[in-house]
Design a protein around this ligand. Structure first.
Ligand code: BGC
Length: 720
């Protein structure tokens, strides 16, 4: 009996083994998930026809590109953008498809993320938006954007991470990692020098190699070499006369050769202009090219014209294989990955994430006579004035425009939290139609007159010529008569708090007359809740400015020694490496509010800095320690910033450069020691003569403080 059952089982196993063995060996290598991705991609590539390879390299719809249907290799689906998953559009058009299941969570815009100065929050952002992308079955998220803030007029600054290469590099890496944990590729954009929208499709940026490497490239480099980003988007503008979406120096030499990028270069939408440039200069996937009515995607530069160039021998087969290999790798990492998580969409967790990013990014700029936080016990009436208290800020702005499941406006947030205890009255005060503003001022002044506090919600909007893609701002000042309106409000009630909703710095002629100023960015679905928590003190503000606010536009380097917007052909970045605070601090021009600045409802004291050595030899590092104490009566967070200045440089160097920061959370009375490691890399500049990074031996000074203009501790050390 026992013997029979043993024989039977053996027979069953014997019959099963060949079947399993056969099915595993019959399965083509590219489908075998136990093998390394490189091997699978190589195998897939070897099975493709010329036409199939070319078909991988261009769009098949507004936001997708083809896979290889014959082999079951899936299509790639892409979506904007950096702060929410865009609504579905029609196959061939920008127009919305009006699906009913695509309303997303609106996350804060990236300026707000940068203002948190908190890499863990950047990871939470990336992971959460990646989950939304995954749920919506997107393979590539078209973001984040890390173009450097060069001028406050740039319409797209709100989509980026500020003026400093170290801050944006530190924040972009965890964002990318968070997105890609979902089996969704991040697509870091716009590579590179897309620092203005005016003439963005043609303008040739003339910039020194040194500024390119020290200022404009580092965040992209960090995304590639530390974040291991799977795709990157070429920009619209030109560099060295060639469009950046097919630029040999940028794509072949710097990105692919020097940085070892193994992902795919995707063009910006209709940023491709020439088949042979696209073929030779490192572009992998062409998107968004406008095809004349009646023509199909076959007329893309990397479609039929490319096929013909390959067949006639004009274009090289090895370039084709390299492109197809990179696009296949992107597909295998995303669409074809069976082990990726499922994602989630408009979840409570995402609302919480959006809210905490917003709460951490809001910057308290001014707080005279402790006008904030509002004390509901002592306030009976609040006058809320301004269009931005009610206007949707998730809609508009260009490609990052969102269809959100919900959006809490500032007025709603205040009513929800305080409405049962406090009388809240609202007046619009100004309008985009300036003729209407005349009629709107009087009612606003009227409600302001008797109120215990006036909360003014103004700033910019996502309309054309404001914070919006495709056009720059026309003026540095607030639009729509807001300055006069603020003056009128202050003249009847000095207790005014100005809450600015914008992604850019603005001129503030009323700065000395208004006790409270809050920079509240574009905060997405949870905007009103996050702002209310900060205004009422439930959240102690801990955001710090990721860019300088100049007093006037002509103080800004691009508008002083630099050029903006350039002529019909070129824009010269004459300010070179002196961008943002590097300019203001070196030239000793007082800003309105400096880089790294932000107030709290508590106070912090820095103790004495100490170091474990005073000389760096070889690859040694110096460890700096500084105690930081919460000396007030509320819990809060300080952002401890480390700047370095080079005292014996052989070349021009900025007065100081950010090389480290840490956000520390402290209970009242609590003290923590913050440490920083400085190695030779933090002391280097880009040497044009040798085309590499170099540090001059000599003395350096480490400056530790609470903004670029608020240095509390410093010490000298030497590099041998
Ligand atoms: C923008 C990109 C965006 C793309 C797709 C372009 O106009 O510059 O940032 O991802 O459109 O919408």
């Amino acid at each position: 009996m026992r013997k029979t059952s043993l024989l039977l089982s053996l027979a069953v196993i014997a019959a099963w083994i060949p079947v399993r063995a056969q099915s595993s060996s019959d399965r083509p290598i590219y489908l075998d998930e136990n093998r390394p991705i490189e091997e699978r991609v190589e195998n897939a590539l070897s099975l493709l026809t010329l036409e199939e390879k070319v078909a991988l390299l261009h769009a098949q719809s507004k936001f997708s590109s083809a896979g290889v249907p014959r082999l079951g290799i899936p299509e790639l689906w892409m979506s904007d953008g950096p702060h929410g998953i865009r609504a579905e559009v029609l196959w061939n058009e920008w127009a919305e498809a009006h699906w009913t299941n695509d309303a997303c969570t609106g996350f804060p815009a990236l300026t707000c993320l940068a203002a948190t100065w908190n890499p863990q929050i950047a990871h939470l952002f990336g992971r959460s938006i990646g989950e939304e992308a995954r749920y919506r079955e997107k393979d590539v998220l078209l973001g984040p954007g890390v173009n450097i803030y060069r001028t406050p007029l740039n319409g797209r600054n709100f989509e980026y991470m500020g003026e400093d290469p170290y801050l944006s590099s530190t924040m972009v890496v965890p964002y990318v990692q968070g997105v890609q944990e979902n089996g969704v590729a991040a697509c870091v954009k716009h590579f590179v020098l897309n620092n203005q929208e005016t003439r963005r499709g043609s303008i040739n940026v003339v910039v020194s190699k040194r500024a390119l490497h020290e200022i404009y490239l580092p965040a992209f480099k960090a995304a590639v070499t530390q974040g291991h980003v799977w795709s990157i988007m070429g920009s619209y503008n030109r560099y060295l006369g060639t469009h950046c979406s097919h630029n040999d120096v940028l794509l072949n030499q710097i990105l692919k050769k020097d940085w070892g990028f193994d992902g795919a270069v995707i063009s910006d939408w209709s940023a491709v202009h020439d088949t042979m440039e696209a073929a030779n200069n490192g572009l992998d996937l062409e998107m968004g090219t406008v095809v004349p009515r009646g023509e199909s995607y076959d007329s893309y530069f990397l479609a039929k014209p490319y096929l013909e160039a390959l067949e006639s021998g004009k274009a090289r087969m090895e370039d084709l294989n390299d492109k197809a290999r990179r696009v296949l790798t992107l597909i295998f990492r995303t669409a074809m990955n069976r082990n990726k998580p499922w994602g989630s969409f408009v979840s409570e967790a995402h609302s919480r994430a959006a809210r905490s990013i917003g709460e951490e990014g809001i910057v308290l700029l001014q707080n005279k006579d402790d006008i904030l936080p509002l004390d509901p016990a002592r306030i009976r009436t609040i006058a809320v004035v301004g269009e931005n208290a009610t206007r949707s800020m998730t809609v508009g702005g260009g490609s990052s425009s969102l269809k959100v499941k919900y959006e809490i406006s500032p007025l709603q947030g205040l009513k929800d939290k305080l409405g049962d205890r406090v009388e809240i009255r609202y007046a619009q005060g100004y309008s985009h139609d300036e003729k209407k503003t005349e009629d709107l001022v009087a009612p606003a002044v009227e409600i302001a007159r008797g109120a215990d506090v006036v909360l003014y919600f103004g700033g910019l909007s996502k309309d054309r010529y404001q914070d919006s893609e495709g056009s720059d701002r026309k003026e540095y000042g607030l639009p729509f008569g807001q300055d006069a309106l603020i003056d009128a409000l202050v003249s009847v009630n000095p207790k005014v708090v100005v809450v600015l909703i914008s992604g850019n710095a603005v001129e503030m002629p009323w700065v000395d007359r208004v006790p409270g100023i809050v920079q509240a960015w574009y905060l997405g679905s949870e905007a009103g809740n996050a702002i209310t928590e900060v205004l009422t003190g439930a959240v102690n503000p801990s955001g710090r400015l990721p860019f300088t606010f100049p007093k006037k536009l002509s103080d800004s380097p691009a508008h002083s020694v630099g050029e903006y917007p350039g002529d019909d052909e070129n824009v010269h970045y004459n300010e070179g490496i002196l961008v943002g605070y590097r300019w203001f601090d070196t030239k000793q021009i007082d800003p309105l509010f400096p880089f790294g600045y932000g107030l709290s409802y508590t106070t912090f004291e820095f103790g004495r800095v100490s170091a474990d050595r005073s000389t760096i030899r070889g690859s040694q590092t110096i460890r700096l320690s500084v105690p930081v104490k919460n000396t007030g009566s509320r819990a809060g967070a300080e952002v401890v910033q480390l700047y370095i200045s080079d005292l014996d440089a052989s070349v021009e160097r900025p007065a100081k450069e950010l090389k480290g920061f840490q956000k520390v959370q402290l209970e009242p009375g609590q003290e923590k020691v913050v440490t920083f490691e400085i190695g030779p890399d933090a002391l280097k500049y880009y040497d044009e003569a040798s085309d590499g990074w170099k540090a001059d031996p000599g003395r350096f000074r480490a400056l530790i403080g609470a903004s670029s203009r608020d240095i509390r501790q410093s010490m000298e050390f030497t590099l041998e």
